[in-house]
Structures are given as structure tokens and as C-alpha cells.
Design a protein around this ligand. Structure first.
Ligand code: SF4
Length: 292
């Protein structure tokens, strides 16, 4: 499906008519997110589904073609304004699925750059942040965060750093991925040409500039949980970040929730994830939240 502003304008009328329409939006989507503790409005900056990682657990369906490959920020802005209005007028809370948790569906906890790829890969990330800031301010969402969910590979780009500075001034929060402690495990799980060293350097620079959240997916690979030596190395990476002056607000430890592209990448049981979280707490002293 291709989209034009006219088509979206029709969609916006449909919003006013209480129709289910989220699937017609190209760039924004509402989710009740446990990690956000409520309603998060996702902004998909990668409708082309392009990512610089190829995680063995990735939930993005890359077998079906994208509805569009183009990021149209003007259209994304229209969609975001419309979706926020839909929430603030209480209509989202009456939608199927959301009406099960109407109290959560009325309060926007964050606007999150997330979606089908890596947000820092786009050439105009700072402009996307500016758009989100302007829409957030116009809607009076003073307490809502602007969250960047990232694999950390592009955090050193000049335009991204400009975007992060803008986020800092508007309740920004970086949720950066770290799934490994060694280059070998990193390559095995995240399957990328990006060097592990670059990820670590980016985490270091970003966490020294503002507190960040580390988000780590733990899973079974061919039936095996993360080996103890790997978990120790992972904890050592976190300790190195903190010793270097990095501020880690929390670690979000979670596991596979949906079918994975690789059948050998499978979820942990809740007690397995909790055991890993306990080890991280013990070795780092950091706050670790688990999400099964
Ligand atoms: S970084 Fe995210 S979008 Fe990219 S492959 Fe991994 S899970 Fe998928």
C-alpha cells in the first residue's frame, strides 16, 4: 500500500469516526508496553525494515515486503498528531484490545523511536526528534518521554548526537541494546558487521553524557542459556561502563516473546531469566528489571 497525505487525511477522518485504523498508519502505532509501564506511541523510522543487525531473535517479519520504503516525516507528524488526539479524546481506550486496559490507554507514557529497523540508521534522525518534540509540546505532553530504542551502532554519528541532545532537553531516554559480553557471542546473536568495540565505545560515550537504560535480550541458543563465562563478561562490560563514568539507570532483561526467524533461538523460562538478573545484580549492583 502506498500512502500520500490525502490518503492519510482520509484516515484521520476515519479516526474521528471511531474506525479501527491503526493498520492504515504507516509510521505510528500504539502499544501497551510493559517496559514503558503503559501506553507507548511507537514511531517507526525504518518502514523499509532495514537494520544493521540481523539478530537471531528479531521479531520483524522481513519475508513480507514493506508497505513503504520511504520515511516521510511530514506524514509521520500528521499521523502522530492524529494518534495523540485519538488517545487524548479517550477513543483509543474504547478500541478492542485497548479497552481491556482503558486506564492505561488514556495516558501516553512515551513516544518511542522503534519499529522495524535501527532508528539511528536514517540520515535525518535529529529532524525526526525535532518533529516528535514539537508534536509532544503542542499536545501538552510535558511528562511523556521521548525514547530511543537502539542497537547503539549509530550513536556516534553527528546527526544522531544532535538528536540525542535535543532528546536530553525533552525527557529523552536512550534504551541501548547489549546482548553479549564477548565479540564472539555478539556476532553469534546479533549477526552484524559492526564491531563490538564500536558498540561498547558508543555505549560509553552515550552513558557518560546522560543516564541510559541497557536493554538486553537473553535467550537459549540451540537449547543453551548464556554460558556463565559469557554472563561474567557481560557484567564486566557493564562495570567498565560505570567505572568509566557512564550512568546506567537500569538494565531491562527480557527474553523472546514471539516466533523467531531462527528456530534454534528460543525463550528462557521465567526462573532462568530471573537467575540471570540476579547474577547481574550481584556482579554490578545495578537495578535490573525482568520482562518475560
Ligand atoms: S537490532 Fe532490533 S530490528 Fe535490528 S535485527 Fe536486532 S532485533 Fe531486529
Amino acid at each position: 500500500m502506498s500512502a500520500t497525505p490525502d490518503r492519510v487525511a482520509g484516515t484521520l477522518a476515519a479516526v474521528r469516526d471511531h474506525r479501527r485504523h491503526f493498520a492504515e498508519f504507516l509510521y505510528v502505532y500504539p502499544v501497551i508496553s510493559r517496559r514503558s509501564r503503559g501506553l507507548s506511541l511507537g514511531i517507526n523510522l525504518n518502514p523499509d525494515k532495514v537494520c544493521n543487525f540481523d539478530c537471531i531473535y528479531c521479531e520483524v517479519d522481513r519475508r513480507t515486503p514493506p508497505r513503504t520504503r520511504r520515511l516521510d516525516l511530514a506524514l509521520a507528524r500528521q499521523e502522530l498528531v492524529s494518534l495523540i488526539d485519538f488517545v487524548q479524546s479517550g477513543r483509543l481506550a474504547r478500541e478492542p484490545k485497548f479497552n481491556e486496559v482503558p486506564e492505561l490507554a488514556r495516558e501516553i507514557k512515551d513516544l518511542a523511536f522503534s519499529g522495524d529497523g535501527e532508528p539511528t540508521m536514517i540520515p535525518n534522525f535529529a529532524a525526526a526528534v525535532r518533529m516528535a518534540v514539537e508534536v509532544k509540546q503542542a499536545a501538552g505532553l510535558t511528562a511523556a518521554k521521548i525514547v530511543l530504542i537502539t542497537d547503539a551502532a549509530g550513536l556516534d554519528k553527528a546527526d544522531v548526537r544532535r538528536g540525542l541532545a535535543l532528546m536530553d532537553a525533552h525527557q529523552g531516554e536512550v534504551w541501548a541494546k547489549l546482548d553479549a559480553g564477548t565479540e564472539a557471542y555478539f556476532k553469534r546473536v546479533n549477526r552484524t558487521h559492526v564491531a563490538f568495540e564500536r558498540i561498547l565505545k558508543n555505549l560509553d560515550a552515550t552513558a557518560r553524557a546522560r543516564p541510559i537504560v541497557i536493554q538486553s535480550l537473553f535467550l537459549k541458543v540451540h537449547g543453551a542459556v548464556m554460558p556463565p563465562a559469557e554472563l561474567n563478561a557481560y557484567c564486566a562490560r557493564l562495570n567498565t561502563l560505570v567505572r568509566g563514568g557512564g550512568k546506567i539507570k537500569a538494565v531491562h532483561a527480557y527474553t523472546v516473546a514471539r516466533p523467531t526467524p531462527e528456530p534454534y533461538a528460543t525463550p528462557l523460562a521465567s526462573d532462568e531469566l530471573e537467575a540471570i538478573a540476579q547474577a547481574i545484580r550481584a556482579q554490578t549492583g545495578l537495578a535490573v528489571e525482568t520482562f518475560v
